[in-house]
Design a protein. Sequence first.
Lengths: 152, 108
Amino acid sequence: MKNLSKSLTNYPPSNCNFFGFNTTCSKDNLKEIREFLKMNLSIKHILDPTQNQIITAVDEICANSIIHANHENENKCIDIYLKYLENEVEIEIIDKGVFFDFSVYQEPLMQDLISNKQKGSMGLILVKRIMDDIKFSRHNDKNVCKMTKKLS
Amino acid sequence: MVLNTLTQNNIHILQVIGDLDATSSLILDGGLASAIEQNKKAIVIDCNQMQYISSAGLGVFVSYLSDFESKKIYFALMGINDNVRNILTILGLEKLIKIIDELPTIEL
């Protein structure tokens, strides 16, 4: 029992380079996703503002997945994987909802959002400006959003 | 997230405690809509205890900017932390939304 509590105290090990998190498609779980990211970015000494930027970008993609792709269906799941490569961090977000075709996405103008009193449409602008690379793909019945952020 | 409402120096203050994300932004939206409906002429969002903001939270502010202008409502974010300021800057919103450190004196 002592050994178990010791290993839990040291979880995750600092030499680990791959972390995963799975939750259901409820907006209430976004905070847990952010906490998972914060814990695993902190142990790699990725600090603010980079840490918060990565958390924000992943939060935006997860919110879109939960709300738009999966219609907040709590019987569906979303997986988040965080991987450390040589000089960058790679994040994969996987779900089985409606596919988002990023190739036809057009960034809206801020002035149009203000004039139209729009509450949405800023999430992907943030993601594009924060992350260095973003790809959306479909593999069998799964949507995969893969994003990378270079670490200086 | 908890949203407290108070009035000080003729200013309607909405105090956000916690994270402003896709879930909690709906509460703030209701608070701002209500303030505008009540013809409040000065609205400040107290962000001193707001740790995080997502685009959903920012979207609430953006959706009322034209109302603030047309109804001549003073609107500002007070006490934002460095992370929130960074996200506002990435979107260029620090040029469109007044950011203050403490409550001003408003003459109505």
